[in-house]
Design a binder for this molecule. Sequence first.
Ligand SMILES: [Mn+2]
Length: 407
Amino acid sequence: MCFLRFLMQARSTLSRYVPERTTTDSARKLHLVIGNESCDLDSAVSAVTLAFIYAQRQQEHDYVPVLNIPRIDYPLKTEVGHMFNKCDINEEMLLFRDDLPNQLASDIDVILVDHHISQLAANVSEILDHRPLEQNAVMQLLPAHCVRQIEPEIGSCATLVGERYLAEEQPRSSRVTQLLHATILLDTINFSSAAKRFCPSDLLMVDQLEQMQQHSDDSSEEGNIRRRQQLFDELVTARADISKLSLTEVLRKDMKQLQTERHTVPIAGLPMLARDFIEKSDAELAIRQFAAGSNLLVILGMLVPPQTGGGQVQRDVALISLTGQRQLVERVRLALLESQSPPLQLHPHEVETNFLGGCYLRQHNVQATRKHILPIIKQVLVDLEASHLCDCDDVYFFKEKPKLGLS
Ligand SMILES: [Mn+2]
């Protein structure tokens, strides 16, 4: 079966597994292949390609890819939409998190790609991931038979999928090859030595995928290098194309929630510097909408200029408390400044600002990503919670007490 036909059939395949349908042949099992909640190109491509590869190899079972976002957020994933359109995959052919029925037959299997912490842990049969192993109680819920391939040094989960793809002769699909190739290029920042986000397996995989994509016009080494650079620039431009999005959507485009016992901290990843974002006319309103109800908001900016222009990646960090928790902002700021693993090399922007009372810093270590920053912030919150210092009410109480003349 061809790749596009496989995707088109996914919805009807899924519908055979709602509990009231008794027609399901009991020997067949449903395997959902799910990426992470940011639904970046890596997660989306890894899910659709791995589901297809496995479906062709184990035809006695059903494999259905699921994009781990609500359908309404698909337009935010501009680079995913761009690459999928290029491969003739349109939105109607995709299944999203909110397309899953509330109740599925209980013995479904789940395959996690590009993440390894999931609410569905008890059903997970396989994990392909490249993030550092997280110590989370959920991991204990994984069944003993669960196959885990977690390789943090790899630049892209698509490389791990590519290894599965090339391990056997079938199936082959030019679209699968093209999707995996593009994803690895984007994730590794086209093997940028400054960003160092790849290992030899990523490079080897891209070489192998290029050999399968025959370019009759020019298959020389230089031809490949030139095509890589063009494709990378095209993907970065697509990812940064926010022309059709509102500023609130830009903040939601690539966000993660950091959750501790008492805090929910939204962490927005922007395709521009945070310092530039806040200069936009409706930035304040967008930030207030985006972070309503949180004591702290973190914005991580990344500007990737076109490689053909020779520009370098720039990063920055913004810490804002809309509820005026300056102490909390200060604690996080100090922890980020003091971080040694890795040192973030944070310095004030050339032009400083006091926008929304926040703290804005250039991050000169451009190799450090959200993966590194998130645990540092989490540790601050956990420590503060342990010392009971950051409970909203406590802070208020300490501040107000002297005014009341009770001290
Ligand atoms: Mn990834």
